[in-house]
Design a protein around this ligand. Structure first.
Ligand SMILES: [Zn+2]
Length: 354
């Protein structure tokens, strides 16, 4: 089973909702960092014999066409990530269409190939802006990878796995962000902050579980996650956490996943690639899931859970407040150690629980 691997080709300062002119004036100087980080990614993919989809910000294609050509020549798929990295809900239909057409033209000109896919900046496809899918199909896009089936991001009405959505111009495939179930909510795990804070063994076992049910997982990376030394922008604390937390772990985790799972471009995974040029060759991967890296990543998690329980138990006994245990347990219920535990318990009763 092939999983899709994608890169949001943007730089560290392409953060939605930050309109800092002093930052934007430095964009050209900073683009030097982007090229180095993309080189790192290209070497990594080459080493693992993997082709990826690069959802590219149109401005980058206009400013650095040689970089885009290099990515295309290495056999990777190019797709659109908007022209100016603006969220769909920050634009009306006309503005979105202009931004999309401009990004498509810039990327196709630089890459010398037709593009089929789109991913909205910050997963900004919602029920209120599904008109975006009509516009995508109108301009020849075959798939969209912007939907997130979560209550507070995207929406629960989106399907969990790739499916076709009808528009007046014909069907368009939606490849939603992969998630797993944690009680009544679902949680992401395959890119960005969720991948950086989830332990490696957990990402691997959830992916294998989804694959066993016959569905591919979509992974996503950012070039700036391979460059922990880049300059940091002053951001509100929640966004700072989202962008910079555990940034050093991204490269190691993706390396291990590339060694153990089969990956290809989104168009290949969706069966949209009609030419033989970029068809994947089945790489030889490690069959064993339970190796030293797996157990090394299980160990700290188990120790963490055990020590938290030991501290809670000791505190509750010393204070004689047993309700304390229940409060802490429920207050942290969405955090992964508990998500993991309950997921395991549910698996015992429901074979296809994911
Ligand atoms: Zn982005």
């Amino acid at each position: 089973m092939f999983n899709a691997i994608s890169v949001d080709l943007e730089d560290w300062y392409h953060i939605c909702g930050i309109d800092d002119a002093s930052v934007q004036s430095k964009w050209r100087r900073y683009s030097v960092r982007l090229e180095n980080n993309v080189e790192k990614l290209l070497r990594l993919f080459e080493q693992h014999n993997v082709h990826a989809t690069f959802f590219t910000v149109g401005i980058i294609a206009e400013n650095a066409p040689r970089l885009i050509k290099k990515i295309a020549d290495a056999g990777h798929e190019l797709a659109s990530h908007g022209f100016a990295h603006r969220r769909i809900f920050d634009m009306g239909p006309e503005e979105f269409e202009r931004d999309l057409v401009r990004s498509k033209a810039a990327i196709e000109k630089a890459a010398g190939m037709k593009i089929l896919g789109y991913r909205a900046p910050e997963w900004s496809l919602k029920k209120s802006n599904l008109w975006a899918l009509e516009i995508l199909k109108k301009h020849g896009f075959a798939y969209d990878a912007s939907a997130v089936p979560l209550t507070h991001l995207g929406g629960r009405y989106f399907g969990l796995y790739p499916h076709e959505t009808k528009t007046k111009y014909g069907g368009i495939i939606e490849f939603p962000l992969s998630t797993f179930r944690c009680f009544w909510e679902r949680l992401p795990f395959s890119g960005g902050l969720p991948m950086r804070i989830n332990p490696y063994f957990y990402i691997l076992s959830i992916t294998r579980k989804i694959n066993r049910l016959g569905h591919p997982v979509i992974f996503y990376l950012h070039p700036w996650e391979f460059d922990s030394e880049h300059e940091k922008i002053e951001l509100p604390i929640n966004r700072k956490f989202m962008h910079y937390c555990n940034i050093r772990s991204a490269e190691k985790k993706i390396n291990l996943l590339l060694e153990r799972l089969e990956f290809s471009t989104v168009e290949n995974v969706l069966g949209l690639n009609k030419s033989d040029k970029h068809k994947h060759v089945l790489p030889i991967k490690h069959d064993k899931c339970y190796d030293t890296h797996y157990f090394k990543s299980v160990l700290p998690v188990s120790l963490l859970i055990l020590s938290i329980y030991a501290i809670m138990f000791a505190t509750a006994v010393l204070a004689g407040e047993y309700a304390f245990l229940v409060i802490i347990l429920f207050a942290t219920i969405f955090y992964w150690p508990w998500g993991l535990l309950f997921n395991k318990i549910n698996t015992l009763f429901h074979k296809n629980y994911i």
